[in-house]
Design a protein around this ligand. Structure first.
Ligand SMILES: N[C@@H](CCC(=O)N[C@@H](CS)C(=O)NCC(=O)O)C(=O)O
Length: 300
């Protein structure tokens, strides 16, 4: 390069820098956009790679995508617990993955099976039941099937909301953070974002319009109904566990282990001891590795 060209380049870059220094806002925005675009491209490529890996995991092996393991329970989400318990009850081979807990419908859990993604614990259980011929409820008399359906919905569409109110609105995620092992970003989300979101959603659902005491009483009625129906039977529908027992176990796992300071753990233990006994029965039957799964998070 001759001297004239070098001088021209120098003058040009000085002009450029001067031009940029007069527009700090535009420079910051351009850098921010570039960082965001790069991050999105990188994330998309990481997600593609993960999916390739999950698709190759093995024929008919379920990849269960859930939230990170809990400190006291295998999972702090009742829906993940419900699904994992079903997989164990049905003896379906699965691997647990917590790298992407939120699935294609914007919630967790979800699964990958032979490269196909399925979301929603209930739809997953139904799909697996059909595929592996493991629909336990369908073998029951119609009357019991109807009761199982109603109890399942009472838990997933009613008890869930009451528990969310306690976990996020009353307790502001404090116990959830204690019983989970989240990374810093998730911890911040639980602390700053979840309580606000949960409050809005609970209001929209309707339960958020009631007082704390009213919600507690509603949940007491739900637990009482479950306890009355269970009675002296080992499982809700009789001598053998079925899908609705997995749902109940998902919820008792939360209230008995992850809701310290709430009225619900005490309620189940003291007023509905057959629900606690059901929890222990399911845990003994299906989670011989409960301690390893839960303490795994603590030891790591
Ligand atoms: N109907 C869904 C409910 C799952 C659900 O509510 N998951 C919660 C975690 S326990 C979730 O992902 N919440 C995030 C959100 O709704 O934005 C199922 O049965 O899987």
């Amino acid at each position: 390069m001759n001297t004239v060209t070098v001088e021209a380049l120098r003058a040009w870059s000085c002009d450029g820098l001067k031009w940029l220094s007069k527009r700090p806002g535009q420079v910051i925005s351009a850098v921010a956009v570039a960082v965001l675009v790069t991050a999105r491209i990188r994330l998309a490529s990481v997600r593609r790679e993960r999916r390739k890996r999950w698709a190759k995991i093995g024929k008919d092996i379920v990849v269960l995508h859930g939230f990170p393991r809990g400190r006291y329970t295998p999972n702090a989400s009742p829906f993940v617990m419900k699904l994992e318990t079903y997989l164990r009850l049905a003896k379906i081979t699965y691997v647990f993955d917590d790298t992407e807990p939120i699935g294609p419908k914007g919630q967790g859990p979800w699964i990958t099976l032979n490269g196909e993604e399925i979301a929603d614990s209930q739809l997953i259980i139904e799909a697996l039941g059909r595929k592996f011929d493991k629909n336990f409820t369908s073998r029951l008399p119609k009357e019991q099937q109807a009761i199982a359906l109603a109890m399942n919905l009472m838990m997933t569409e009613h008890i869930t909301w009451g528990l969310r109110i306690w976990r996020y609105v009353i307790d502001k995620g404090e116990q959830l953070r204690k019983c989970s092992r989240y990374d810093l970003v998730s911890e911040l989300a639980v602390y700053l974002w979840f309580p606000r979101i949960a409050k809005k959603r609970a209001w929209a659902q309707g339960i958020g319009r009631h007082s704390e005491k009213e919600v507690e009483e509603m949940l007491r009625q739900d637990f009482a109904a479950l306890s009355d129906y269970l009675g002296d039977k080992p499982f809700l529908m009789g001598d053998n566990p079925c899908e609705v027992d997995c749902t109940l176990f998902g919820y008792t796992s939360q209230v008995l282990w992850n809701y310290n300071g709430s009225p619900y753990g005490k309620m189940v233990k003291e007023d509905y001891p057959n629900l606690e006994a059901h929890h222990t029965r399911m845990k003994t039957l299906l989670y011989p590795d409960w301690d390893e799964l839960s303490s795994l998070a603590v030891k790591e």
